[in-house]
Write a protein that binds this ligand. Sequence first.
Ligand code: FAD
Length: 552
Amino acid sequence: MTVQHMKWWGWGVEGVAFSHDDKPSLAPFVQKVVDVDLNADPRPPMDFAELDVPESRLDEKLQRALTDVLGAEYVVATPLDRVVHAFGKSLRDLLRVRASDLRRIPDVVVYPADEEQIAAVLDAVVAADAVLIPFGGGSNISGSLEAPAGEERQVVSLDLGRLNKVLSIDEESGLARIQAGALGPDLEQQLGEKGWTLGHFPDSFTHSSLGGWIATRSSGMQSDKYGDIADITRALRVVQPGGTLATRAVPVTSTGPSVREMILGSEGRLGIITEATVQVHRKPAERVVLGYFFPDFRRGVAAMRAIAASDAAPSITRISDARETSFSFATRKTSKGVAKLMSSALIAVLRKRGWDLEQMCLSFIGYEGSPEHVTRQRKLVKKIVSDHGGICVGAGPGELYDQKKFDTPYIRDFLLDRGALADVSETSTSWSKLLPLYDKVVERANEAFAQLGVKGWIMCHLSHSYHSGACLYFTFAFKQAEGDPIAQYDVVKSAVQQAFIDADGTLSHHHAVGTEHARWLADDISAPGVQLIQGLVATVDPGRNLNPGKIV
Ligand code: FAD
């Protein structure tokens, strides 16, 4: 079996971990903001052997049916496989799995090789009135994979890892047919060999799949140029009970309500996506990410809005608030990137300009394309940045951000081992409501920390800009108090999510609904909106065999 999975207890692959040894400012920073001592002895997760893994409930009949379709090698019921497929990677997931709170984990994991086998597996599952949960990379943080706690039926996790090929590229149209189980590196490598890129780079890129991106409506950090996965996906093939849904790869269509859009964000509830036809682009001749400083978040956000409304078309627009900026400084290595930036000469210049360095915000703006295009974009942005009181600090910090972006996810496990709970929530709203929403979220998070009696930290960045608004991405952390960490997490997570809704944001810009955000769905899309989705799911899957309990 060649399919590789992440650690059962955390992010990424075994043997790779975050370290603060080369980041001298981090321990004092964390001590100050959440009162956690990074130098104290860590509490690593227990050994896998100590987990209390429930017995598989797979019966002989279903096992035989699955084995007939796939062969015994690809029908796996080992404890490790079943646990790895039970959850995503939210803080709730990690806390549960590390505490051996395994509930209703899959009874078996199957690894089909193609669409035909997937259809046969689904037939067998429906015939047995079992549950089927599609599994891409297992990186979601919305509770999109877990079986309902009281599920009496047999649960089959269908891992798409063997469907990882770029099938064909229509060079004339810039369209590629790609199998849904391809992880980010799989598909970028195959496209790159022919000079193409998908341009979809979520922070979870290394361990998430095309099918998972589509099923959760994912967004990558270069979405300002390439679009979100909803824009990138042009056509789909989806195995459903009783048949295979297929849409055509046309640029635009007037075929009534969009079936393509119905599948986007469907979290396995409308079938198993087996392949997608996606927009691909020639790899850009030039790519640069520049760092900028703004005197405060408000002026930085105004600059991002002005860029979105201008002729400039950068690939990344991102600005951290002052707290996230101070966190970036605290994670710096001694002599590189951001650290080098804050030379005494630069500090003197900023002070002379009247900046309060505590309020200063770090921004990254990316440019891609021909050298002429990049030069022109940089010029347009430079003027807007300067009009909003910002300055460019060169390519150094941008390069560092670019190199390190896929390492950042490892930090959460490191903190968890040391008694700090950290997670994220993100939303989008229109430009006019963005800063009031930001203020409300910070206020509500601080109230939640006070309610728990803990020292907490919330920081934010704006990313993914659109004509009418942008995404705000919040990270929160606090020291675990005595008692149930999940209950403590719920207090903060709920406060943040409720603030999104109260301030006219959406429950998630790109992390999906799952079980984690489902209770805010009616507030977000109205009760008739929820009924529409319920009707859709009930029509496609009357037996509730497909990933029940997610979204609605
Ligand atoms: P999984 O977690 O395996 O599954 C997610 C859902 O999709 C489940 O409901 C599953 O049943 C369904 N599904 C999966 N494959 C299929 C299929 N072939 N057919 C039908 N249904 C399917 N998200 C972003 O958008 N942008 C980011 O920058 C980002 N950064 C992240 C960073 C970290 C550290 C973490 C932990 C998560 C991050 N995420 C991000 C969230 C996550 O990576 C996305 O939700 C991703 O799209 C999930 O893809 P996956 O392949 O891991 O799906």
